[in-house]
Design a protein around this ligand. Structure first.
Ligand SMILES: C[S@@+](CC[C@H](N)C(=O)[O-])C[C@H]1O[C@@H](n2cnc3c(N)ncnc32)[C@H](O)[C@@H]1O
Length: 257
């Protein structure tokens, strides 16, 4: 196997050279061996058609949900994709993560997996004020930035809590009431075996209730229980061919009309 794992910090260099971590407690890596960066760019950004949606023009704020911020690959790839387009709407990126220590490492730019990140990505994560970060049950961090070629602005909100379907419903009624309904969802929790609550029909129903009719949800899991949970909660799904060096299929879902 063409992987290098460091037992001390569980750092794993994936096939495209980007670095992920192995979580000993969960018994899984944060990304596929095929490439942490490749997964973010091919599955979530490429597979969803985010850039094409921006190119044809999007009315109102583009709202993206990032379930399982983790090491920040999907979130930073979203910001980079938005910045790469000439004409864009404002962007609201909402990330959910329960691991406060991981967030602290990510947002200081000193995470062991960030050693080969470029300055642009480090700029995204280091813009947060970490002064008040504690280990309370719910915290929200927000940062913002301008598009390089237009007046458009992004807002990145990180919701630090153990997400659950009921918790999500309360957040959308209260703290996240001003977040526009999602246009895109990156469903990237640990596997359904290890993280079952975030793959249940109830979870997908809570996400659907806060999604636009044309929302696109992307995920790496094509497990039967995931497909069934999506169907039960009003999503129609299709398998899409996965990128090179990884599994055969990923999943794309849209709310049922
Ligand atoms: C597969 S990793 C995500 C990788 C990430 N999307 C990236 O781009 O680097 C899954 C993440 O989900 C987080 N997570 C698991 N259960 C959660 C929960 N109930 N609420 C919030 N975050 C959770 C884990 O702490 C972990 O960081």
């Amino acid at each position: 196997m063409n992987l290098f794992a460091d037992a001390q910090d569980a750092k794993v260099v994936t096939h495209d050279g980007s670095i992920t971590l192995y979580n000993h407690e969960v018994g899984e890596c944060y990304h596929s061996k095929g490439g942490a960066l490749a997964e973010a760019q091919n599955l979530y950004i490429g597979g969803s058609g985010l850039c094409q949606r921006l190119q044809v023009g999007h009315h109102g704020v583009l709202s993206v949900a990032d379930i399982g911020l983790g090491l920040g690959y999907n979130a930073c790839s979203t910001l980079a994709a938005w910045e790469s387009q000439e004409t864009v709407p404002d962007l609201q990126l909402t990330s959910f993560e329960s691991d406060t220590k991981l967030i602290r490492d990510l947002l200081t730019g000193r995470g062991s997996w960030q050693s080969n990140w470029d300055h642009r990505w480090l700029g995204y994560v280091c813009r947060f004020q970490l002064g008040g970060l504690s280990s309370g049950p719910l915290q929200l961090l927000t940062s913002s930035g301008r598009h390089p070629h237009s007046l458009a602005q992004y807002t990145w909100t990180i919701v630090i809590s153990t997400a659950s379907s009921n918790g999500l419903r309360c957040l959308f009624d209260q703290e996240l009431a001003s977040v526009p309904k999602f246009d895109f969802i990156w469903q990237d929790a640990f596997s359904p075996l290890k993280n079952p609550d975030l793959w249940s029909a109830d979870w997908f129903e809570a996400l659907r209730a806060h999604s636009q009719g044309a929302c696109t949800l992307m995920t790496y899991s094509v497990a039967r229980q995931v497909r069934d949970a999506l169907t039960q909660s009003g999503w129609q799904w299709q398998k899409v061919k996965a990128g090179p060096g990884t599994k055969r299929h990923w999943l794309r879902a849209n709310p049922t009309a």
